[in-house]
Design a protein around this ligand. Sequence first.
Ligand code: PLP
Length: 387
Amino acid sequence: MKHIPYGRQDINADDIKAVTDILTSDWLTQGPSVEEFEKKVAQYCGARYAVAVNSATSALHIACLAADLQPGEWLWTSPNTFVASANCGLYCGANVDFVDIDSKTYNLSASVLEQKLHTAKAAGKLPKVIIPVHFSGQSCDMEAIAVLARQYGCTIIEDASHAIGGTYKATRIGSCAYSDMTVLSFHPVKIITTGEGGMILTNRQDLYEKLVRLRSHGITRNPEQMEGESQGPWYYQQIDLGHNYRITDIQAALGISQMNRIDEFVSKRRALADRYSQKLRNLPLQLPYQEEKGNSAWHLYVIKLNKSYKTKTRRQVFEELRAKGLGVNVHYIPVHTQPYYKQLGFKQGDFPQAEEYYEGAISIPMYSSLTLEEQDYVIDAITEVLK
Ligand SMILES: *Cc1c(COP(=O)(O)O)cnc(C)c1O
């Protein structure tokens, strides 16, 4: 039987050669490939600095530390995201809260954010950090969010794990034109992969220097950052409490090779999305809505069952698609409904738009190496199941 996953990596002979070449080079980690990869991504996205790490989860953690998120302070993010976007606040001992989503884009809603900031100010509980998540690869309304963040003195960390290759207004996602930092993920289902990996982009030198230290134990070898004099060429100082979040040169080499292919990846995803939107349009589904301000990178293609569709439950539709060999998935179970977050005081009903979206959502296969023949099989299967 066919098995068509919802997402998968796209590896060619050039990618394989890039990795095997590194294995016989002088460096397996902390060598020149990491810096080359950083330069390449920073240049592509239009950001000044990039710091590559071993996952987006690590990237989110040290981005929060670089933003000086302290115990007792607040981090806000979207409930419609992977748990990592919220957990990074808890790693810092901060409190986490959520901002409900827009029912069309499924992104954190700028108007809900505005209301919530207004209320939080009166209560003296403004967030230090806001993490907008560019769900499925489509940018949040960053211009509106940036205006609010400036007004209320918040740091913005964009979670662009889905979104390298997407655009917003005149900029590429990752340019940090509307934020302090942007985080990328290179997990195999994302737009480009390094196996595991992540990156933080920023235009601020102070954040860049801090992120570089936090990636590797809080250690610096730069005499300008040291307390007192350097004792010699071997000397380093630990000036922050950092981690070992380093990425290897093996991974970075794969990342460099994947970056050579990113335009091809994104244009293939766009073509598949256009084709889905054309061929699924007469079914009882809400199809992905695209804002005119940007172009999605199309990490995910989510179909949402219309509320008026009662023939089958979402679970029935999901299971029937799985039975036809489609590796469909659901993105996301609202983070505040996870047991760990409930135990912190959240409950069902707290973020109704995210919950309503979740009830009907199914992510269908979307990746650059999906063939048109496979896509037709997917389209036929969905049409058949919803009949
Ligand atoms: C995948 C993902 C992450 C975590 O990425 P890793 O690289 O697996 O740590 C964080 N946020 C979002 C929105 C993601 O999709």
